[in-house]
Every structure is written in structure tokens, then in C-alpha cells.
Design a protein around this ligand. Structure first.
Ligand code: 2IT
Length: 445
């Protein structure tokens, strides 16, 4: 394959889809060498077949707000690739959602899910619906309207959605409820469900826990102890919350969280009731972190800025794609950062990743670092199929093992001669190999 030629073709066929083109370019660059060394991939044109989603469903979502006003949003589900299992991936509700963003997320999900070693294909869905400030009734009506259309394309062995930004247990509950009513069946077609109806213990914590387990593996590979290290976390949602819990438990000190309004710096460390307070902030539905500084003395709120200007040992992006720029990365490097991991999907721009890798800062890409979330979704699917429920210890043990194995796979394909581990390359190649082998075995379809 010729990366430049493929990119030109992709740009022509997907004009303006910058997030998708960015995600595709990263994978192409990483796998080029192994792809060209194995002529069987080129002969079957695996790469072009992988880049084109199996199908994309786009639909109107009409709903009525509390003031009886009728709204129309766009619903999308990208069923990207099911070579190794049913389509699997979250649903995002955010005003920025468009086809490019869902294609980038769906494409990344193929490799991430492959890395988990569980049988899950890649997909992603969402809507440009903005949950901010909406009442519970409005959220419910929107979720029901969304799933009333998407229902026909889902199934426990076909496509299994979950949450993502703007979609948590409440939204999954409403969508699953409508799905169940329409199908008259109680098959676990969503993951991230409530515990009382088939949800897995630990799913809410899983992405954040997994990010810290993976970060800890990367540090251990360089004989660095996470204990006593300072950590900057962005975001204050489920991923940030889980990461703060686990990092604190392992003896690190979390000093920042952030929202669209700015960031909180808390030198004493965000632990205990301060972590619980993140959930309270989230449930207010206002999407701000500023109230934290009013509640906890000694902390400060920095308006309109991102947490990457803080001097820390470890930085974890847990908010949004491209939330860390090359400039942010340079600042972190100048401040002596030793390790950066993506809890958010594609949290760092290509310039930021290059800055870290050039400075030999340990860098964990989202596909590997945040795979604990979807891995635990895979465990939820297993429990639903088996019609039983595992304990927290069982789920946590499995999650830990999965993260350790993902780390091993990344090292296998990403270790350079100078000893630096290129986790981006490692994750992309390891994820790709399994999917490519499955596609080869299944013929041209
Ligand atoms: O980005 C992700 O991996 C998720 N939003 C979770 C997907 C899932 O199916 O649990």
C-alpha cells in the first residue's frame, strides 16, 4: 500500500471529514510496513475494504420538548466492521456529532475491540442532540425516539451499542427499555445497563480503571512507580471519575479535572468526597466544574483554560477528541511530564503525539489505554448470554488481565531498537492483524 495514494483517494471520497481522515492516517502510517511485508493483505485489498464502513444508517429523530415544541435531530449509526464479532461501540449525544466524528470513532473501535481479545466488531452511533439543560422527561423522549428507528438494525448478535459522551446509565436504560418493548425480548442488546436488568458490575468504573491499569503497566515497563506521582486529568465525566478513583487508590495524586468552562487545580489532591462530588457536578446537567472551587477551600478554578499547563508527572486526557494540542504537549514536556495516556478517543492531536514521542515521553493511545470500557462491555455481553452475573472481584480481575495483555501486545509490535516503546504503532498493528486475518479467512464479502 501507498499511504499517500490511499489518503488522496480517501479525501476525495470523504471530503472535509477531518477527524475521520486523521484517524485513518494514523492507522495507515502504523501498519504500512507489516501490510507491505505480507502480500496476502494487498492481494485481498484488505485496507480499502477496512476503510469503507459495512453500512451507515442515517435517520431523522423528531421529539417534543417540555414546552410542546417539536425538534428534529439527526441520528447516525456507523456499522463499521464485523469480521471478529457483532458491531460494538457507544452512542454519543453531543451537538458536535457528525458523520466524520462517528466514522473516526467507529474506525478506531474496530482496532480497540480487537485488542481486547473479545469477539466484538467495530461500530459507533450518536446524534447532534444536546442533553445540556434538558429535563429527565425530555431526555427520555429523545432516547425513545432515537431507538424507535435504530431498533431495526440492532440485535445481541448483530449490533450492541453502549454509552459514550452524553450517554450514561440513564440514557442506556431509556433506550434499552424502548428496544425491549418493540422487540418483546430481554436480550442484552445494550451494555452499560443498570445492574438490576443485566448490567455488569464495574462497567461505570471500567474505562477509567482500565486507563490507570494500562498507564501503570507502561510505567512498570520502565521501572517507574506510580505511587506519589502527580496526575492531571481532563474532563469530569465517567472516565475522569474512574481514573481519579483508581489513580488515587494506587497512591498517585490527582490535581486537576476540567470542563468546558475551565479547569480545577487542587494541590491537596482530588480524592475521597471530592471524587464523589464529580458525580454531583455531572448530575446537575450544567456541564461546568467551577462550583468545585467554591466547595473545596484551597482549590482554584482557572477559567477558559485546559489543565495541561499544570506541572505534573502524568497527564490523562479524559474529555474529548483533539483536546490536547502540540502546544499543550510542549508545555507538559517542558514541565517534565513522564507519561501521557488517552482516556478519551484520539485525545491528542498528531502534533501532540509527535511531541511526546520525540521527547521519549511514554505515550498510551486511546485504542489501547481506554479499551477497558468496551472490554467490560464484552464481559457484560458474556454475562447476559450466560444469564448470570459475576462479582466485582471477578470482573476487575478479568479487566486487569485484559489490560495487561493489551500492553503486552503493544510491546510486541511497538518496541523499537532504542528501547522506546511506540504504543501507537504497537496498538494499531496488534489490533489490525487479528481483523485482517479474519477478513482474509472469510473471503471477499
Ligand atoms: O469509546 C468507547 O470505547 C466507548 N464509548 C465504549 C463502547 C462500549 O461498547 O462499551
Amino acid at each position: 500500500m501507498n499511504v499517500e495514494k490511499i489518503m488522496q483517494d480517501l479525501e476525495r471520497r470523504n471530503p472535509g471529514e477531518k477527524e475521520f481522515l486523521q484517524a485513518a492516517h494514523e492507522v495507515l502510517e502504523s501498519i504500512e510496513e507489516v501490510y507491505n511485508a505480507n502480500p496476502k493483505f494487498g492481494e485481498a485489498n484488505i485496507i480499502e475494504r477496512l476503510l469503507e464502513p459495512d453500512r451507515t444508517i442515517i435517520f431523522r429523530v423528531a421529539w417534543v420538548d417540555d414546552n410542546h415544541k417539536v425538534h428534529v435531530n439527526r441520528g447516525i449509526r456507523v456499522q463499521y466492521n464485523n469480521a471478529i464479532g457483532p458491531y460494538k461501540g457507544g452512542i454519543r449525544f453531543h451537538p458536535s456529532v457528525n458523520l466524520s466524528i462517528l466514522k473516526f470513532l467507529g474506525f478506531e473501535q474496530i482496532f480497540k475491540n480487537s485488542l481486547t481479545s473479545l469477539p466484538m466488531g467495530g461500530g459507533k452511533g450518536g446524534s447532534d442532540f444536546d442533553p445540556k439543560g434538558r429535563s429527565d422527561q425530555e431526555i427520555m423522549r429523545f432516547c425513545q425516539a432515537y431507538i424507535a428507528e435504530l431498533e431495526k438494525y440492532l440485535g445481541p448478535d448483530t449490533d450492541v451499542p453502549a454509552g459514550d459522551i452524553g450517554v450514561g446509565a440513564r440514557e442506556v436504560g431509556y433506550m434499552y427499555g424502548m428496544y425491549k418493548k418493540l422487540r418483546n425480548e430481554h436480550t442484552g442488546v445494550f451494555t452499560g445497563k443498570g445492574r438490576s436488568f443485566g448490567g455488569s458490575i464495574m462497567r461505570p468504573e471500567a474505562t477509567g480503571f482500565g486507563v490507570v491499569y494500562f498507564t501503570n503497566e507502561m510505567l512498570k515497563a520502565k521501572n517507574i512507580d506510580i505511587k506519589g506521582k502527580t496526575v492531571a486529568i481532563s474532563g469530569f465525566g465517567q472516565v475522569a471519575w474512574g481514573a481519579a478513583l483508581k489513580a488515587t487508590e494506587l497512591g498517585a495524586k490527582v490535581v486537576t479535572i476540567s470542563g468546558p468552562d475551565g479547569y480545577i487545580y487542587d494541590e491537596a489532591g482530588i480524592s475521597g468526597e471530592k471524587i464523589d462530588y464529580m458525580l454531583e457536578l455531572r448530575s446537575s446537567n450544567n456541564d461546568v466544574v467551577a462550583p468545585y472551587a467554591e466547595k473545596f477551600a484551597g482549590s482554584k478554578f482557572v477559567a477558559g483554560k485546559r489543565p495541561w499547563e499544570a506541572k505534573v508527572d502524568i497527564a490523562l486526557t479524559c474529555a474529548f477528541q483533539n483536546e490536547m494540542s502540540g502546544e499543550d504537549a510542549k508545555q507538559l514536556v517542558d514541565n517534565g511530564v513522564i507519561c501521557v495516556s488517552e482516556g478519551s478517543n484520539m485525545g491528542c492531536t498528531p502534533e501532540a503525539i509527535k511531541t511526546f514521542q520525540d521527547a521519549k515521553v511514554i505515550f498510551g493511545p486511546g485504542k489501547a489505554a481506554n479499551a477497558g470500557g468496551v472490554a467490560t462491555s464484552g464481559l457484560e455481553m458474556s454475562q447476559n448470554t450466560l444469564k448470570l452475573s459475576w462479582s466485582a472481584e471477578e470482573v476487575d480481575e478479568k479487566l486487569k488481565t485484559i489490560m495487561v495483555n493489551i500492553h503486552k501486545a503493544c510491546v510486541q509490535y511497538g518496541e523499537r531498537e532504542d528501547g522506546y516503546i511506540d504504543y501507537v504503532k504497537g496498538a494499531n498493528i496488534a489490533g489490525f492483524m487479528k481483523v485482517a486475518e479474519a477478513m482474509l479467512a472469510q473471503g471477499v464479502i
